[in-house]
Design a protein around this ligand. Structure first.
Ligand code: NAG
Ligand code: NAG
Length: 480
């Protein structure tokens, strides 16, 4: 290997970490076209069969959700569903939440039943709930019976899904696809539309169905395609459209800001088609890597940075709510918390929630094409509330840590304060003794109680401008 003199210098001086500077002007008010924020854009999805365990037998659940409510004044939205919603049958005679048998406690059941107590448990939650019901087994009357129990018990119910990731039904020859004969997006749309009308009419309720719920990359199996098949009767029962997404990759590729921005571009046309019809678009189930996560990627601080930037960028593209999936208790790499340990991704979700809390609008000052992100969150009067600065350069934990200077102009006052999201490296994990911190604070294993002293950094503003240094794999939330 022949090194240029510049590279040679770098080799000799690893401690001379690289710092570059980028400058932006914070707009005095939210620009035209700024995204309109949901009051609680950061949501949680619970795998259908595991939901009762999370709510009755995982201590951290309530506090982890409450910490978000403390920030925003609203409990985070939840969705109950996933693969096992399409394996579940309502049983009016059982008093149990769920009934199933598995060989190993960390297996997902191949089949299960649930009782009305399942919906009564969901009704106890103080935030909004989307409940996913079965379509795969082609038992419309059973799904209608379950929908009626949900509707009559849950004041917090905002929508019902009819089937989960239907594009995969034909792979395992599930009844609804088998009966249809073929299973193209058009066949599924016909089925979805018919079920939406039948369930909506049985409930005598309009705007009740969360439609779509596919995982394949749109446009195929997407909302735009589905909407084109729907007449006014079908649409009258649709509350909103949803899609699933699991980008995958390595820690470095996952947390890359340009990677995240590119990944989410596939939803632009979907969101446009949905908003044109006056409906909301959500990511109904999402997380870092499909199938419960990747052991060496999903539990890391890098995945926390992905979580943070991903939900901010999704909200920026008018995806109203993003529901991060939580699967089998005890075997869930991407989970934000478990029985015994916090997951690093919770820190990213918490930071994003803190950034958007009380916000009405958001714009980005960056184009999404570099490693550096600048989001501005505005209040209802369109005045800037906060900025979230993100340096997505990957820091492995060895060698010097580079940093990026963000110069923000257009500021008023003499100082601004900021909270930093940081960790020893992008691969830091709570369960390996290396917790991230946000504003110097952490969340306790098993309880999710916030701990440590809340720490703000003060930055002086000179001539309306301040410089913020954000190290590789760090974020800074600036409060105006
Ligand atoms: C709660 O979880 C523990 C640990 O997995 C398990 O042994 C116990 O049976 C669960 N209790 C209930 C009521 O589900
Ligand atoms: C609308 O579409 C549904 C099926 O998707 C069909 O059953 C119904 O007859 C249609 N209604 C009208 C008014 O065309």
């Amino acid at each position: 290997m022949i090194l240029s003199s510049k590279q040679f210098l770098w080799f000799l001086c690893p401690a001379l970490a690289h710092t570059a500077t980028i400058s932006y002007t914070v707009p005095a008010s939210a620009p035209n076209g700024a995204a309109e924020l949901d009051p609680a854009p950061v949501g949680v999805s619970f795998e259908f069969f595991a939901f009762p365990s999370y709510f009755t037998n995982v201590t951290a659940t309530n506090q982890c959700l409450k910490n978000f409510q403390t920030l925003t004044g609203k409990w985070p939205p939840i969705r109950i569903g996933g693969t096992t919603q399409d394996r579940a049958t309502y049983d009016a005679s059982t008093s149990a939440y769920v009934v199933y048998n598995v060989a190993n406690p960390t297996d997902a059941p191949a089949s299960l039943t649930f009782g009305s107590s399942f919906m009564k448990l969901a009704a106890t939650y103080s935030g909004s709930v989307v409940v996913g019901l079965n379509r795969a087994l082609d038992n419309l009357q059973n799904t209608i019976a379950a929908a009626k129990v949900a509707k009559s018990n849950m004041n917090n119910l905002i929508a019902i899904e009819l089937g989960n990731e239907p594009e995969y039904y034909s792979r395992t020859n599930l009844p609804v696809a088998a009966h249809a004969g073929s299973w193209t997006p058009a066949d599924d749309a016909k089925s979805q539309n018919n079920w939406a009308i039948q369930v909506g009419q049985a409930l005598d309720t309009k705007l009740i169905i969360q439609a779509g719920n596919s995982n394949d990359s749109p446009p195929k199996w997407g909302a735009e395609e589905l909407i084109a098949t729907q007449n006014a009767t079908v649409k009258s029962y649709i509350h909103n459209y949803a899609h699933h997404n699991y980008p995958g990759g390595t820690v470095a590729s996952l947390m890359s800001h340009s990677g995240i921005s590119n990944n989410l571009k596939m939803f632009n046309a979907e969101v446009a088609a949905t908003t044109k019809k006056g409906k909301e678009y959500v990511l109904g189930e999402t997380n870092s890597v499909s199938g419960g996560g990747a052991a060496n990627v999903s539990p890391t601080y890098g995945a926390a940075l992905w979580t943070m930037d991903y939900v901010l960028r999704a909200s920026l593209t008018n995806i109203k709510r993003t529901y991060f999936h939580h699967g089998t208790v005890g075997l869930c790499y991407y989970c934000w918390w478990g029985r015994y340990s916090m997951g690093a991704p919770y820190f990213g979700a918490y930071t994003a929630t803190a950034a958007m809390a009380g916000g009405s609008y958001m714009s980005a000052l960056d184009t999404g094409s570099t490693a550096y992100a600048v989001y501005i969150i505005y209040d209802s009067a369109r005045k800037p509330l906060r900025a979230l600065l993100y340096n997505s350069d990957y820091y492995s934990g060895s060698g010097s840590r580079s940093s990026q200077n963000f110069v923000l102009g257009g500021l008023s006052g003499a100082t601004v304060k900021a909270k930093r999201l940081t960790a020893a490296s992008a691969t830091s994990r709570v369960d390996q003794g290396s917790s991230p911190t946000f504003g110097g604070q952490t969340f306790a294993d098993a309880s999710c109680n916030i701990g440590g002293k809340e720490t703000f950094e003060d930055k002086s503003v000179a001539s309306g401008s301040a410089t913020f240094t954000v190290a590789a794999s760090e974020a800074l939330l600036v409060y105006f």
